[in-house]
Design a protein around this ligand. Structure first.
Ligand SMILES: Nc1nc2c(ncn2[C@@H]2O[C@H](COP(=O)(O)OP(=O)(O)OP(=O)(O)O)[C@@H](O)[C@H]2O)c(=O)[nH]1
Ligand SMILES: [Mg+2]
Length: 370
């Protein structure tokens, strides 16, 4: 008997997937539903997993590749959460540079696990500015065309496009995005939401849960050579740095975190390296602060309470940037050096994984919908 509704939310890096799923987990939990959540990345040490664990209990992480390449890990993670929590709803956030999820994840789940899951409509989140850059041939996203290709394929396979961050954009911008979507994916319904300010989220969630078997109605035609190139041009880095106040200093960690992310932003701008998403989680015993930057020309945003009065703080850095992994690691090291020098702070870069995502090799790939 089907007992679990599986809700996957896709969309490009920085579109707001974690923000939305965190909000959904809180909402469902408040109405007495049991919720599990599965995050996904090419590597370990995820800011998203740490953030979501603060908001909900049942979080599992699939790392080392996207859901399509790690299909069995995804299903094991789902089965473990089901055994542990007996969830009513399982939420999943695929990697933001991933596409063809309908063919490689949704259809196989419907085919192989159709007795166990309601596969809910696949919603794809989009940031209006990024959407315009990907769909408007006159716009420049700062990324190679292969990255824009991934963005467009994500929209094409959506059961629903969620135009997010409505709080940041005026009606004109939203109307322009709607017109572009109408031209590019006329068959896909569009809803406007703000995950951050909780606008339109309840209506969307009600609709998703009410149509819980309508997921995976569309397939995109994906050229894996272009897709692989679009992923490989992004440098990917997950790193952990231990920070320690020395020489009796009492660092202001809020100011430090701002200086650090701005230093990385400046160095990446100097290298002409467009940021897809740079997120840093600063945690100490007294608090934690997350800083996000979802494009090079934006202002970083901050949420949470910075550690105050702590001697030791850990910074987890997740960066996805149009730059080589070596240069990205270099930017991280130089930035840490610059902002700690003379500040009475010692850093120890404990763990760095930086690489280009390898070619996607899905375990299953359906050429028809189930
Ligand atoms: N203004 C505004 N900002 C938002 C909204 N939703 C998300 N954000 C911000 O966008 C940034 C990225 O959000 P995430 O939820 O981390 O995005 P993501 O899609 O999970 O990103 P990846 O995991 O890198 O793929 C954060 O700074 C969020 O606060 C929104 O509705 N409005
Ligand atoms: Mg995320």
């Amino acid at each position: 008997m089907k007992e679990v509704t599986l809700v996957l939310v896709g969309g490009f890096l920085g579109a707001g997937k974690t923000t939305l799923l965190g909000a959904v987990a809180r909402k469902l939990t408040a109405t007495g539903k049991r919720v599990g959540l599965i995050t996904n990345d090419q590597a370990e040490d995820l800011v998203d997993t740490a953030l979501l664990k603060k908001q909900t209990l049942g979080v599992a992480e699939v790392s080392g590749g996207c859901f399509c390449c790690r299909f069995d890990d995804l299903m094991s993670a789902a089965e473990n959460l089901i055994a542990k929590l007996a969830p009513d709803v399982l939420l999943g956030e695929p990697v933001g540079s991933c596409t063809d999820l309908s063919a490689t994840v949704l259809q196989p789940i419907k085919d192989l696990y159709g007795d166990s899951f309601h596969v809910a409509p696949f919603s794809v989140l989009a940031d209006p500015a990024r959407l315009r850059e990907a769909l408007d041939p006159h716009a420049d996203s700062g990324f190679p065309s292969s990255v824009n290709y991934i963005f467009r394929k994500q929209l094409e396979e959506a059961d629903l496009v969620l135009l997010n961050k409505a709080d940041m954009y005026g009606q004109e911008e939203v109307a322009a995005c709607r017109a572009l979507l109408e031209r590019h994916v006329p068959q896909v319904p569009v809803k406007i939401i703000s995950a951050l300010e909780d606008r339109g989220v309840d209506e969307w969630l009600d609709w998703v849960l009410a149509t819980a078997d309508a997921g995976g109605r569309r397939l995109a035609q994906v050229d894996y050579d272009v897709y692989a190139e679009g992923e490989a041009v992004l440098g990917w880095m997950n790193a952990t740095a231990a920070l320690e106040a020395v020489d009796g200093s009492q660092p202001d960690w809020r100011t430090f975190s701002r200086r650090f992310i701005e230093e990385m932003q400046q160095r990446l701008a100097a290298a002409n390296a467009e940021i897809a998403h740079l997120k840093v989680l600063f945690s100490g015993p007294s608090g934690s602060l997350v800083a996000n930057l979802t494009r090079s020309d934006a202002t970083p945003s901050y949420r949470g309470d910075a550690p105050a009065g702590d001697r030791e703080v850990v910074a987890v850095v997740n960066a996805r940037v149009h730059i080589s992994p070596e240069a990205l690691t270099d930017v991280l090291e130089q930035s840490l050096r610059t902002v700690t020098e003379g500040a009475g702070i010692r850093f120890d870069l404990q763990h760095v994984q930086s690489f280009r995502p390898s070619r996607p090799e899905p375990k299953h790939r359906f050429d028809r919908t189930v």
